[in-house]
Ligand binder design. Structure first.
Ligand code: BJW
Length: 238
């Protein structure tokens, strides 16, 4: 075993070949036809809850049409045989990592953190209670948890604090290998994780379709479609 404590950060690129659109692919800056600030901020939800709920309803429904790809499954296979600690931090709100790890049970040192939330969960605006949710949400969806609450998507919007930051920071401080897969590095704090990993002395590798603007922060880069590069790279670790 060349590495004991591993952190893998994933972004939209790992799910692209499953058919889930990435965020920053369009030259016109539109994201599934929306400006990101029209749908992914708390202010947008106050201004136009129907539009925000409809956007997330469509994405939640789309999850039923996609499946984990060879990159998700390669990480799941790796997690099943890695004897050390493996922290998989995903910025993705889809459930494709969850489904891959449900198919191939991970080892005891594995944890999966959805730092930007999950499409298949909803949160009460009054109590912050989180529940599993597969149906559409209405603009003013009453919360089962609190008489004054509404249900909103369990998504971390711009300006909100990402989830599980303490666990992520602890894993980064202890890691000896950091892999960043399919993320543009445009959104913080995830974009800064590579620096924390370098500070810990870790080997740092960017795996992407093409070098990102943050390429210089990584010691190594592996480029090509995730379904090919991720299984091949993980095979080199044993
Ligand atoms: C492939 C591939 C294939 C394609 N194979 N690869 C000014 C300066 C610095 C920071 C800020 C600033 N102003 C504001 C901020 C902070 C802000 C921020 O970073 N803004 C930037 C826009 C500048 N961040 C926040 O507000 C965050 N909160 C925060 O900072 O709180 C303070 C705090 C910090 C730390 C501790 C405590 C408190 C919250 C960010 C929330 C992000 N939310 C979103 C939307 C919600 C989720 C949803 O609706 O789905 O999350 S934004 C969107 O971007 C989404 C993603 O998770 C996130 C990252 O995108 P990702 O995954 O990188 O996708 P893309 O599309 O950008 O890239 C895809 C990549 O894949 C590309 O590189 C392709 O090449 C590659 N690819 N096909 C391999 N087949």
């Amino acid at each position: 075993m060349r590495h004991r404590n591993i952190v893998i950060l994933t972004g939209a690129g790992i799910s692209a070949e499953s058919g889930v659109p990435t965020f920053r692919a369009d030259a016109d800056g539109l994201w599934l036809g929306h400006r990101v600030e029209d749908v992914a901020t708390p202010e947008a939800f106050v201004r136009d809850p129907a539009k925000v709920q409809a956007f997330y309803n469509a994405r939640r429904a789309q999850l039923a049409t996609v499946r984990p790809n060879a990159a998700h499954l390669a990480i799941a296979r790796f997690a099943a045989r890695h004897p050390g600690r493996l922290t998989l931090v995903t910025q993705n709100v889809d459930d494709l990592h969850d489904r891959a790890h449900a198919e191939i049970a991970p080892g005891p040192g594995f944890e999966l953190i959805h730092m930007h939330g999950e499409l298949l969960k909803a949160r009460c605006t009054a109590s912050d209670m989180v529940c599993n949710w597969r149906e559409d949400l209405e603009a003013d969806h009453p919360s089962p948890h609190h008489p004054q609450g509404r249900l909103r998507p369990h998504i971390v919007w711009f300006g909100e604090t990402p989830l599980e930051m303490d666990r992520i920071e602890a894993a980064l401080q202890a890691c000896d290998l950091f892999l960043s897969i399919g993320t543009s590095g445009a959104v913080y704090p995830a974009a800064g994780f590579v620096q924390a990993a370098r500070f810990a002395g870790a080997r740092t590798v960017e795996i992407n379709l093409e070098p990102t603007t943050g390429r210089r922060l990584f010691v190594e880069g592996v480029y090509g479609p995730a379904t090919e590069t991720v299984p091949a790279f993980l095979d080199t670790l044993y």
